[in-house]
Design a protein around this ligand. Structure first.
Ligand code: GLN
Length: 248
């Protein structure tokens, strides 16, 4: 077991507004994969009007949602922009799914609606496309310093996201559309900030990615790379491989 009692604090951002296609399952997975290892986890929900104590949190999660909910969250994020940028600069981990991912970029331009300013944690921008990308996705993780594992999930978005500067793709598309259906990229990473279009929820079927996020959150808190105790992931990986091997 670990030399000290380990803990991580998680902020779940705007779950009443951005939490579709099972995105809540990511919080459940992070919590259980820590508890199964006797790592203490505190999860606080942050709703509109709440301030965020960025000194407290090691990991921030924001789910996906429809354009309407994104408008409310975009306005709220602008009020928290500086504190979240500071948290990101201190290597806090962010996992943002779809609509939440779009709002961590510079902007999201929906169809026939005002452009929504993002908070620019990712050097990326999103514009609504003419068709919705809906379906299963398989991709191979390419972000440096991680194993070349596959990611599986479900996408449902019309937004087309383009990455620039130091913000690099999280993964390379094997099946599905990903960021924009053109450049074969899926998701984004800059420092410990991860965005992805994969709903499902993502983490239950991608235990290796969940453990990467937990490892990075512990490293941020303890300034030390802590080797996680192995878990029996037979069921998780059976679900994962059933999608990797699915013939589309
Ligand atoms: N409303 C955004 C889009 O359609 C995000 C959708 C989502 O979060 N699934 O691209």
């Amino acid at each position: 077991m670990y030399a000290k009692n380990l803990k991580i604090n998680i902020a779940h951002l705007y779950p009443k507004l951005l939490n579709i296609y099972g995105d809540m399952g990511n919080i459940v997975t992070l919590t259980k994969r820590c508890q199964w290892r006797n790592i203490e986890v505190n999860v606080d929900t942050v709703n509109t009007g709440d301030t965020i104590d960025t000194e407290k949190y090691d990991l921030y999660f924001i789910g996906g949602g429809q354009d309407k909910q994104q408008i409310q969250v975009a306005q709220e994020l602008q009020k928290r922009k500086e504190s979240l940028k500071e948290a990101a600069e201190k290597n806090a981990v962010f996992l943002a799914i779809c609509g939440g991912y779009q709002l961590l970029g510079h902007y999201y331009q929906p169809h026939n609606a005002e452009r929504l300013d993002g908070i620019g944690l990712l050097d990326a921008y999103t514009v609504a496309g003419n068709k919705r990308f809906i379906g299963n996705v398989t991709a191979k993780i390419i972000t440096p310093g991680t194993a070349r594992e596959t990611l599986v999930g479900f996408e449902n978005h019309s937004g087309l996201t383009y990455l620039q500067g130091e913000t690099k793709p999280l993964a390379k598309i094997l099946t599905g559309n990903g960021n924009n259906g053109k450049d074969k990229t899926e998701g984004a990473r800059f420092k410990n900030i991860f965005g992805t279009y994969l709903h499902g929820s993502l983490l239950p079927k991608n235990p290796h990615f969940a453990d990467l996020l937990i490892t990075l959150a512990l490293e941020k808190r303890y300034n030390d790379r802590i080797e996680l105790q192995k878990l029996d992931d037979d069921i998780e990986l059976a679900a994962h491989n059933s999608l990797v091997n699915k013939k589309y």
